[in-house]
Ligand binder design. Structure first.
Ligand code: ADP
Length: 414
């Protein structure tokens, strides 16, 4: 939203604008005095005008939002530094707004204000191709608030309309992600709920309770789906805790990464054994100690190793867990030689509820699609980052980079 400082700056700049108009009128009046008086007065007023111009530009350039002044004919008379940046340094002054604002939807609010004289505020969502930033736009769909209002016209002065253009793309994307999260979460929960309801109906309405064998089978299926609901809700709570700033209250303490790895391998021991997977721990410094929340680190490593096992149930799997210190960073990785992740899916892999379609059908019930989101958020809450590379069948590697002097105040991205 438009802040107090913005309003202060804009008001100061507009006061300077008012002064400019008054100075111009005084300049006109001075032309009627004696020639020598008029010359001196003219020099003085010209200086005042130049100073006021400079002051106005300085104040308006300090605004973070694009600020444009347009005359009654829809011609741009002034654009601050943010406006020039926004329009990719294209020439703006003396150009009609219709021409300068690439997409007519951007100019709409302003044109309406020019026509009616009434203030207009509107929110515009544009595709990447028609962003006012032109080729500089790389964020995809972009969103803007256009705020146009006519300034009080000074006596004898032209009517001027001011337009503020605020970039709200980040807010728009966050809102979109939240909407998707709710939609996806509801969808994910609805399937097991519907299955449980279906079986309940059978049991109660079709008198299946009288058939203990069938009833037991139905109850077993119901329990599996109820477990799934619990897992999804648990994972959503972890994500929401990490996102809601509780990351700031992580229990930060020194812990040995080796003991974390040991816990993870113990928890997964029976799967490792039943799949006859080969686990290799590469850790030149066995005593390596991290500063962080041991609970989340265990969860991070657990999710990564469990994913490798889950996606590759056949014998012959080799999982490598490694860690090395390089300069100011620790590099921690989990790599496997399994089925891998198709390159088209790699950019989406950390998104909530994302699952590779191909894998999904084989392991319909196992994953929630939230494991890697938790991993990413937990690492970001520790001031680190995670990336993934995959050559299917050869190596799929999740690499975590964590600064030795981590900043725990970093907000996790969505
Ligand atoms: P899930 O709960 O489904 O495992 P994740 O967020 O942990 O959700 O993982 C998302 C998807 O990424 C998985 O469904 C799987 O398709 C893919 N994936 C993750 N790790 C691996 C891996 N090591 N090898 C192959 N695919 C993987």
């Amino acid at each position: 939203m438009i802040t107090g400082i913005d309003i202060l700056l804009a008001s100061a700049a507009l006061a300077a604008l008012g002064f400019l108009t008054v100075a111009r009128l005084r300049l006109r009046a001075s032309q009627q005095h004696s020639q020598s008086e008029a010359k001196a007065a003219r020099a003085l007023y010209e200086q005042e005008i130049a100073d006021a111009h400079e002051e106005r530009n300085r104040l308006l350039d300090a605004l973070g939002d694009a600020f444009v002044l347009v005359d009654g004919d829809g011609i741009i008379r002034f654009a601050n530094a943010a406006a020039h940046d926004l329009f990719g340094k294209r020439e703006l002054i003396r150009r009609p707004v219709r021409e300068a604002f690439l997409d007519p939807r951007l100019a709409e609010a302003l044109l309406q204000c020019l026509e009616t004289g009434e203030p207009v505020q509107s929110r515009v969502v544009l595709p990447q191709q028609t962003s006012p930033r032109g080729d500089l736009e790389t964020r995809g769909v972009n969103a803007w608030i256009i705020d146009a209002a006519r300034l009080p016209a000074p006596p004898g002065g032209d009517s001027i309309t001011r337009v503020i253009i605020r970039d709200v793309t980040t807010e728009h994307q966050t809102e979109q992600i939240r909407k998707d999260f709710v939609a996806n979460a509801s969808h994910e929960l609805r399937t097991p709920m519907a299955i449980i309801n279906g079986y309940l109906e059978n049991l109660l309405d079709d008198h299946m309770l009288d058939e203990p064998e069938i009833a037991r089978r139905f109850l077993t299926v119901m329990r599996k789906h109820a477990d799934r609901i619990s897992r999804i809700v648990e994972d959503m709570l972890v994500i929401s805790r990490l996102e809601s700033g509780e990351a700031a209250s992580l229990k930060i303490e020194p812990f040995r990464l080796r003991s974390c790895i040991k816990d993870v391998l113990e928890r997964l021991e029976s799967v490792i054994r039943s799949q006859t997977a080969d686990i290799l721990v590469l850790m030149p410094d066995e005593s390596l100690t991290l500063q962080g929340d041991r609970f989340y680190w265990t969860q991070v490593l657990f999710n990564l190793v469990e994913n490798a096992l889950k996606q590759n149930p056949h014998p012959g799997l080799r999982v490598e867990i490694g860690c090395e210190s390089a300069g100011e960073q620790h590099r921690i990785w989990v790599a496997d030689n399994g089925i891998g992740i198709p390159s088209a899916d790699l950019p989406h892999i950390f998104r909530r509820f994302f699952r590779v379609e191909k894998h999904h059908s084989q392991h319909e019930i196992k994953g929630t699609g939230l494991g890697l989101s938790i991993v990413k958020r937990a690492i970001e809450a520790h001031g680190g980052s995670i990336s993934v590379t995959s050559v299917p069948g050869r190596e799929t590697k999740f690499l975590i980079i964590i600064p030795k002097n981590a900043d725990f105040t970093q907000k996790p991205s969505l």
